[in-house]
Design a protein around this ligand. Structure first.
Ligand code: XMP
Length: 326
């Protein structure tokens, strides 16, 4: 049932081509699934959101979406998933608040690889628990895209998004964007009526804000990352940089320095701003911001984010620095 991209497939770059792709996939999904139920882990990222919107069009409430809030999402993300999919598209959406569960497991864990393992492992567990509560699910939808297939064939990475589900959970896969490149997924998503800030979203790592809170994650420092990231995104959008700069985010490292506020000594964290451009993520250059924007960002972050008394800018390319801090 899983089709490969035909060699002669036209690049989907117009609304008309997207419409035709959507109509074709709806027919294929209906033929594959019949009257059975399909499960989807809906993160709110571009690929899973487009898969959800396609399946909702094709089979409505036969699709069960599970959105796991692991506490490491950006400000407003879980709310947007609920608004777009449950409220506007009338989807069958299960929202799982697993924030305490993840943060309790991560407490005191400093090793980056260990943090990633815990986040990935716990995600599979929460998702599998939700799946077991449901009756009659025979299919699992995934947001696999064509580069995932190419990379897994080349041995660069294992692409199975839900790889690692327990062996007894033997679902047939539904992968309606499998033949598409990322830019085509965006054109299809736009045609399906998804909001621009979902369709043109910058890359966001699976372990989320967890890798931007280096070392052991604490709730207060994680909140400082989330709030400063929200300010950065808001200011980039206002200043026409959203969609132009490849990736931009804040990091709050686990050390404190002295400062002064309202005549009193403070001892708080710094907030690091990183904004980068790239085409392949192997080599990365830094986006140079205007003096005016730098001043404005510093001002907003130190006055609005509790626990921050300094703002630093990371102007290091990759190599030698990676994009993320861990
Ligand atoms: P690095 O830090 O390796 O990042 O230069 C390159 C790109 O990959 C993203 N990234 C991740 N994405 N899971 C993901 O899904 C991860 O564990 C992960 N680590 C880094 C990073 O945001 C950047 O776009």
């Amino acid at each position: 049932m899983l089709e490969n991209r035909p060699d002669n497939m036209e690049r989907i770059n117009t609304p008309e081509l997207a419409k035709a792709y959507i109509a074709d996939q709806i027919e294929k999904i209906k033929a594959q699934v019949g009257d059975k139920k399909v499960l989807l882990a809906l993160s709110g990222g571009v690929d899973s959101s487009v898969v959800a919107a396609l399946l909702i069009k094709a089979i409505g409430k036969q699709l069960v979406c599970v959105h796991v809030n692991h506490g490491l999402l950006r400000k407003g993300e879980p709310e947007q998933v609920i608004k777009v999919f449950r409220d506007e598209m009338d989807a069958n959406l299960i929202y799982v608040d697993a924030v305490d569960r993840f943060l309790d497991k991560l407490a005191g864990v400093t090793d980056p690889e260990q943090k990633r393992k815990i986040i990935g492992g716990e995600f599979i567990e929460v998702f599998a628990e939700e799946a077991r509560k449901l009756d009659g699910i025979e299919f699992l939808a995934q947001g696999t895209i064509w580069p995932d297939i190419l990379e897994s064939e080349a041995g660069i990475k294992a692409h199975h998004n839900a790889g690692g589900l327990p062996d007894d959970m033997d679902f047939e896969l539904v992968e309606p964007v499998r033949m598409l490149f990322k830019d085509e997924v965006r054109v299809v998503g736009k045609e399906l009526g998804l909001p621009d800030n979902m369709v043109y979203r910058q890359p966001f790592p699976g372990p989320g804000l967890g890798v931007r809170c280096p070392g052991a994650i604490t709730r207060d420092r994680l909140e400082a990352v989330r709030e400063s990231d929200a300010i950065l995104r808001e200011e980039f959008a206002k200043n026409g940089l959203e969609g132009k700069v490849w990736q931009y985010f804040t990091v709050v490292p686990d050390f404190k320095s002295t400062g002064v506020k309202n005549g009193k000594r403070t001892f708080d964290w710094p907030c690091i701003i990183r904004a980068i451009n790239t085409t392949d993520v192997m080599e990365v250059t830094v986006e140079h911001l205007s003096d005016e924007l730098i001043d404005h960002l510093v001002n907003r972050i130190i006055s609005e984010v509790p626990g921050i008394n300094r703002v630093l800018f990371d102007y290091t390319p990759k190599p030698p620095a990676t994009v993320e801090y861990e």
